[in-house]
Ligand binder design. Structure first.
Ligand SMILES: Cc1ncc(COP(=O)(O)O)c(C=O)c1O
Length: 447
C-alpha cells in the first residue's frame, strides 16, 4: 500500500520508487555505464533551494545538496541570473581567450580567500584539481632541488577517480587497476577517533607515524608535499587539530608543501569558508570544487604565487578552464555566501543539526557509534548491535526508508550516512528532515 505524505515541505503521492522512475532508470542502464548508478532511485525533475521534485509530483527535503554542491541552494535565483546574463549575451565558451567575467571572478575569488592563496587556476572537476596540485607539488620539488618528488597522503582518503588522484588515494582496492604503486607516494594511517581511542594524542600519533616513515625515507631530500583531504569524506571524520598543527610544524621544518583537498568541505559547508580552517593552519595549496559553483562544472586550485606560476605558458590549462558561464556561477556563489551570511548560518544551523543527531544517537546507542562532522555537514556511523561491527546494510536501509518518506540522504555504500543540506535550508525544514531521519532509523530497526 502506498503511504501518502503531505507536510509543509514533503509530498509523497506515488509508490517510491515509482514505475515511471524505474522504467527510465532501467532504460538508461542499457546505454550508460554501471559506475554511474550508485545513488537512490529518484529521477530529479526540478530542484529549488532545499527541495527536489520528480515528474509525478513527489517532493523531498534534500539533505544531500547533490553531494555537497548546492551550498547556496538549488537553482539559486542569483546564480541563475548570472548564468543567464552570460548566455543571453551569446558567450558560451572562449577556450583560454580572455573574458571579462573570468577576470572579475578570479579577482573576487582571490580577494575572498586567505591571503597566502595569491593565484588561482580554474578547471572543471575536483579530480582535475587534485591532478593539477600533484603536478604543481612535483614541479616544485624540481624547482627547489629535492632528490625525489615524494608526496605523503593518508590511508582512507579520496581525491578523485583519475589516475594521479587514485595513486594518492588511500584505498588499495580502488587503485589496484593502475597496476603499480608509485614509489614516491607514502601514506600515513588516518588518526580516526577509534585509532587514537583516548590513549594517544593527535600530536603524539603524528610524531610516532612520521618517525616510522623517517626510518625508510629521507624526508628533507625525498618529500615535497603533504596531500590532505580536509576531513575523511565518507564519514565526515576530521583530524584532531593537534595532529594537523604538528604536521604543519613538521612541514615547515622540512620545506614540505601542504596541499589541502577541500573539494567537499569548501564554500561554507562546515561553518567556515574552508574546512581546513578548523585546524588553524596555513596550507600552501588548496583544491576546490563542488560548492564553488553550487551548480555548473567548476573547480579550482589556489596557492602561493611561487608554486602556482611554475608551469610555463600553455603547459597547464584545459579546454574548459574558466568557462565564462561557470565563472558567472562562481562569482554569484561568492556574493551569495557573503551577502547572505551563509557561512555563519552554516555554523548556527550546524549546532541544531549536531545537537539533534546526538539526541538520536543517545536513543540508539547500540546502532549509532559516531556522529561526526561540523557545521551543516554530518556523518552518522552505524554498527550492528550484536557484532558491534560497521553495518553498511543498515545504513542503506535507513536511506531507502527516508527516501520513501520524502527525505534524501547521502548514501555512501558504507556504514555511514552523510547529511549536508543546502546552507539556505530554513530551520523548520531542517527540523522536519531530522524527524524523518529518526523515523527512518526506527522503522529500519523494527524491520
Ligand atoms: C575530497 C574529494 N576530493 C576529490 C573529489 C573528486 O571530485 P570530482 O568528483 O568533482 O572529480 C571528491 C568527490 O567526491 C571529493 O569528495
Amino acid at each position: 500500500m502506498i503511504k501518502m505524505i503531505k507536510t509543509k515541505f514533503r509530498r509523497i503521492v506515488t509508490k517510491i520508487p515509482n514505475s515511471n522512475a524505474m522504467n527510465l532508470i532501467n532504460n538508461l542502464k542499457k546505454y550508460e555505464v554501471r559506475s554511474m548508478h550508485g545513488q537512490l532511485p529518484v529521477v530529479w525533475d526540478k530542484a529549488k533551494n532545499f527541495q527536489v521534485w520528480d515528474k509525478e509530483g513527489n517532493c523531498w527535503i534534500d539533505f544531500t545538496s547533490t553531494i555537497f554542491v548546492a551550498n547556496v541552494g538549488h537553482s539559486n535565483p542569483k546564480v541563475k541570473k548570472a548564468i543567464s546574463s552570460i548566455i543571453d549575451n551569446d558567450l558560451l565558451h572562449s577556450y583560454t581567450f580572455i573574458t571579462e567575467i573570468r577576470a572579475r571572478y578570479i579577482k573576487k575569488l582571490i580577494k575572498s580567500v586567505p591571503k597566502q592563496f595569491e593565484k588561482a587556476f580554474l578547471l572543471s572537476s575536483g579530480t582535475e584539481a587534485t591532478e593539477c596540485a600533484i603536478k604543481l607539488m612535483r614541479m616544485y620539488s624540481h624547482k627547489v632541488g629535492k632528490r625525489k618528488p615524494g608526496i605523503i597522503s593518508f590511508e582512507g582518503s579520496m581525491h578523485g577517480r583519475t589516475m594521479g588522484a587514485q595513486m594518492l588515494g588511500g584505498n588499495q582496492k580502488s587503485r589496484a587497476w593502475i597496476g603499480f604503486d608509485d614509489p614516491n607516494v607514502h601514506r600515513l594511517e588516518f588518526p580516526y577517533p577509534w585509532v587514537l581511542n583516548g590513549k594517544i594524542s593527535g600530536k603524539e600519533k603524528f610524531r610516532h607515524d612520521i618517525k616510522k616513515l623517517e626510518e625508510k625515507v629521507n624526508i628533507n631530500k625525498d618529500i615535497v608535499g603533504f596531500m590532505l583531504e580536509a576531513y575523511i569524506g565518507w564519514g565526515a571524520v576530521f583530524y584532531p587539530s593537534d595532529y594537523i598543527q604538528e604536521l604543519s610544524k613538521f612541514a615547515k621544518e622540512h620545506n614540505i608543501l601542504i596541499c589541502v583537498d577541500d573539494i567537499q568541505g569548501g564554500f561554507g559547508r562546515t561553518g567556515k569558508l574552508f574546512a581546513y580552517q578548523h585546524y588553524d593552519i596555513e596550507p600552501d595549496i588548496i583544491c576546490c570544487g563542488k560548492g564553488i559553483s553550487s551548480s555548473l562544472p567548476l573547480s579550482a586550485v589556489l596557492g602561493r604565487k611561487d608554486v602556482m606560476d611554475i608551469p610555463d605558458v600553455g603547459s597547464m590549462s584545459s579546454t574548459h578552464s574558466a568557462n565564462p558561464v561557470c565563472c558567472a556561477a562562481g562569482l554569484a556563489v561568492l556574493e551569495e555566501l557573503f551577502d547572505k551570511n551563509l557561512i555563519k548560518e552554516s555554523e548556527r544551523k550546524g549546532k541544531i543539526l549536531h545537537s539533534r543527531l546526538n539526541e538520536i544517537k543517545e536513543k540508539y546507542p547500540n546502532r549509532i557509534s559516531y556522529v561526526l562532522g561540523k557545521g551543516l555537514l554530518a556523518g552518522v556511523l552505524f554498527i550492528n548491535p550484536k557484532t558491534k561491527k560497521p553495518d553498511a546494510d543498515f545504513a542503506t536501509k535507513v536511506c531507502y526508508k527516508a527516501m520513501e518518506k520524502g527525505l534524501l540522504l547521502v548514501h555512501t555504500g558504507r556504514e555511514s550516512i552523510k547529511i549536508g543540506p543546502p546552507l539556505t535550508i530554513p530551520d523548520n525544514a531542517l527540523d522536519e528532515g531530522l524527524e524523518v531521519f529518526e523515523e527512518a532509523i526506527e522503522e529500519a530497526e523494527k524491520q
